[in-house]
Design a binder for this molecule. Structure first.
Ligand SMILES: [Fe+2]
Length: 364
């Protein structure tokens, strides 16, 4: 694939269609599920794989994955329960028991649990935990493309390499008004983060997050400036896809002020209702680069992978107070070097890989 690939090389057919009828892209869904189970998760014969889902789940995705697991002579166990009213609430005890008895667990529920104690407990036990919260058939086809998967992983490595070159830190801006600076994590902080998430450097880990997302290794306490979310935020479910930008002032890694239109008031009240100062603490800064996601849809698992976005996760407490907000078309500096310019990749390796993924409209 070269720079002069026709305009519609990869992308237009992958856009969200919202055609959610029963057999929509059923062959492509089956292929994505097969690729997920064989190549991404490397499921082995005899393994117990729990697919937990709720009444908000897209059962086409759950059933296709279960069929793929069965074909591999592993044991799919579908656990479905009522959709809870908020994220990270305690799970029914039978669901917890199933997860803790599994080799691999895939989250397909519409309501997420990734920051709840069960996830931490399962990871510490060495269970491969996979977060595909709210995955639907259309999203699965766009984001788990066997033809792009390894190139996206290569892009992630290259992005991580570019970020690791920082001597002091990073700056992130966006056309909507984001402007934050932060310091690079120390080796000790990186080791602690890896321990928490069960990451062993150099060892391939099964499970984790959907492909097309990386992490900016920044010390959260060093983040200062203005965040403007203009893509999406979830929770609270009352907002999801953002209509009017929401501005957050951040001082030493803590949100001190929230302003904007109606949605900013909802967000402000959502933070306040926890009555917990830790709800305002930044937890992570992530980068999005899945070529199958070119605009927010309101489903966080894909919104945080919009090509060229930066995501900020806020809320670090045992309470279910974690939220993720998306800033579109970001600029990213590594020290004084610009690697991404308003969503357009300018760093040579990223530029090359983006073109190879069919994203020639997103480079300069
Ligand atoms: Fe997050």
């Amino acid at each position: 694939m070269d720079y002069f690939t026709p305009f519609s090389s990869a992308g237009w057919h992958q856009w969200a269609t919202e055609r959610q009828y029963a057999d929509y892209k059923f062959m492509e869904v089956a292929r994505a599920a097969d690729f997920l189970c064989r190549k991404v998760l490397e499921i082995k014969p005899g393994e117990n794989v729990v697919l937990y889902c709720d009444t908000g789940s897209d059962m086409r995705v759950v059933n296709a994955t279960a069929a793929a697991i069965h074909t591999l002579e592993a044991i799919p166990i579908i656990v479905r329960f009522n959709t809870q009213k908020d994220i990270d609430l305690p799970m029914p005890k039978a669901v917890r028991a199933a997860i803790l008895a599994s080799d691999v667990t895939i989250e397909y529920s519409a309501c997420g649990y990734v920051h709840s104690p069960i996830w931490y407990e399962a990871r510490q036990k060495g269970i491969a935990m996979v977060c595909y919260v709210g995955m639907n058939a259309d999203m699965m086809v766009r984001t788990l493309d066997p033809e792009l998967y390894y190139k996206i992983e290569e892009f992630k490595e290259a992005y991580s390499d570019a970020l690791s070159k920082a001597k002091t830190g990073y700056r992130i801006t966006s056309p909507a008004g984001t402007d934050i600076t932060c310091k690079k994590m120390s080796p000790e902080e990186i080791a602690e983060r890896n321990r928490r998430y069960g990451i062993v450097p150099g060892v391939k880990r099964r499970g984790g997050m959907l492909v097309g997302q990386g992490s900016i290794p920044a010390t959260m306490k060093s983040v200062n400036g203005t965040i403007v979310f203009d893509g999406a935020i979830w929770p609270p479910a009352e907002i999801q896809k953002i209509k009017e930008p929401i501005t957050l002032k951040v001082v030493n890694g803590t949100v001190t002020e929230i302003s904007g239109g109606f949605e900013s008031k909802i967000l402000k009240n959502w933070f306040a209702h926890f009555n917990d100062p830790d709800a305002y603490n930044l937890l992570h800064i992530s980068t999005g680069f899945n070529p199958g996601v070119k605009r927010p849809t309101g489903d966080i698992v894909e919104d945080e992978r919009v090509f060229g976005c930066v995501e900020i996760g806020i809320g670090n407490s045992p309470k279910p107070c974690h939220t993720d907000g998306i800033m579109l078309d970001c600029s990213v500096w590594v020290d004084d070097t610009l690697i991404e310019d308003e969503g357009i990749y300018v760093e040579p390796t990223l530029r090359k890989l983006a073109v190879e993924m069919g994203m020639q409209l997103y480079v300069k």
